[in-house]
Design a protein around this ligand. Structure first.
Ligand code: 2HA
Ligand code: ZN
Length: 273
């Protein structure tokens, strides 16, 4: 067996979470990640039939049965993942009945998956139903998105339109827009179900006064979506109290959509003239 510390997927996760910590988005134990791994990525490094322990999921994860995941641990700090992945991350397979996960590596100090596992697993189920290539769910407390949820309407069309207007690239990066949930108690099944419902239609879901969920086929895609929304929110927070002299009009957004071959979410832009 090769040393798992040299596995490309593990290096990628460690570097990503370190970067996010440095961006100031993941204070203390804020934020969590789950990433679908392919069996062939794991077998050079792990005996996938050697289960360390079973951890109950407390909901029916059977649509994910047999899938492998790397997941951040509950109570763990993104700050610490790079130097100590074996305590802060876990690699697991969803059991055949979907009632538990089989830990294959990690959570070395007796840890468990993130408290947001219901939101993650339910979001994976939603995204896989619309995109078989989907692999990543990333939750973070990106500062300006949270700030924006205090001062902006949480209507999805309004919220998305403002983000699209803040930088030219936004419409191109997330033409499907962002889903938005009001403040809800986190860590439970209710917010997991509400998030997963949004994820049938969106790759991004803002949690009011809390943070964001981003998804994608790769870590780069999920992170790229989140950082683009965060950048737009930062510009919004910087300009919102200043006199606005010009903005990007809907007509210009249509020109952009045509030029880049993207389809803005139906009804979010005013009809073309
Ligand atoms: O893991 O971010 O939403 C801590 C959180 C909960
Ligand atoms: Zn959170």
């Amino acid at each position: 067996m090769k040393d798992i510390m040299t596995a490309p997927f593990l290096t990628e996760v460690r570097k990503l979470l370190q970067n996010m910590y440095r961006l100031g988005w993941d204070e203390r134990n804020g934020g969590n990640l789950s990433y679908i791994l392919k069996e062939e990525e794991l077998t050079p490094y792990l005996d996938v039939y050697k289960v360390i322990r079973n951890i109950p999921t407390n909901f029916d994860a059977s649509p994910l049965a047999g899938r492998y995941f790397i997941v951040t641990g509950t109570g763990k700090y993104f700050k610490n993942v790079y130097d100590d992945p074996e305590n802060n991350l876990g690699i697991m397979r969803v059991s055949a009945d979907g009632q538990s996960v089989e830990l294959l590596w990690g959570y070395a100090d007796g840890g468990r998956p993130t408290s947001e596992l219901p939101a993650h697993f339910r979001s994976h189920i939603s995204r896989l139903s619309v995109d078989p290539e989907h692999r990543v769910v990333l939750h973070t407390h990106c500062t300006n998105v949270i700030a924006m949820t205090f001062v902006h309407s949480l209507d999805e069309r309004e919220f998305t339109r403002t983000l699209w207007q803040m930088c030219t690239e936004c419409l191109v990066v997330f033409p499907d827009g962002v889903g938005v949930l009001p403040w809800m108690l986190c860590g439970n099944d209710e917010i997991g179900i509400a998030t997963a419902e949004k994820m049938k239609e969106y790759r991004l879901c803002v949690w009011g006064m809390h943070g964001i969920f981003g998804t994608g086929k790769t870590l780069d895609e999920a992170f790229g979506l989140v950082e683009t929304v965060e950048k737009a929110a930062e510009i919004y927070v910087k300009i919102m109290n200043k006199p606005i002299l010009q903005t990007i009009t809907d007509e210009q957004l249509w020109i952009l959509a045509d030029a880049f071959g993207v389809t803005p979410r139906e009804g979010f832009l005013e009809p073309r003239k």
